[in-house]
Design a protein around this ligand. Structure first.
Ligand SMILES: [Zn+2]
Length: 87
């Protein structure tokens, strides 16, 4: 069975810590998930992985809209534009 062993991946954590010093963490303004690579993950997972509570300075945050929320906004807009305007 090929599976990564359970436990912390310190290299990933170190890379993320370095990343957050230079680039803000992008947070979806609607669902508050945080972008990590191509994924949007719950903030509590990111806090746990980054151990941001142990950092001297809090990570910088940037606002964004995740793919799921963007899609739901676009589909709602499409539905609204399908509805005829009441006279
Ligand atoms: Zn979102």
């Amino acid at each position: 069975m090929v599976a990564s062993p359970p436990g912390k991946d310190f290299s990933v954590t170190a890379n993320l810590a370095r990343l957050t010093r230079t680039r803000p963490l992008l947070v979806c303004s609607l669902c508050l998930r945080v972008q990590r690579g191509s994924d949007w993950v719950p903030a509590e997972n990111v806090i746990r992985d980054l151990r941001s509570y142990e950092l001297a300075k809090p990570p910088r945050l940037g606002s964004a809209v995740c793919d799921d929320c963007a899609e739901s906004i676009l589909s709602r807009r499409a539905q609204i534009s399908d509805v005829p305007v009441a006279a």
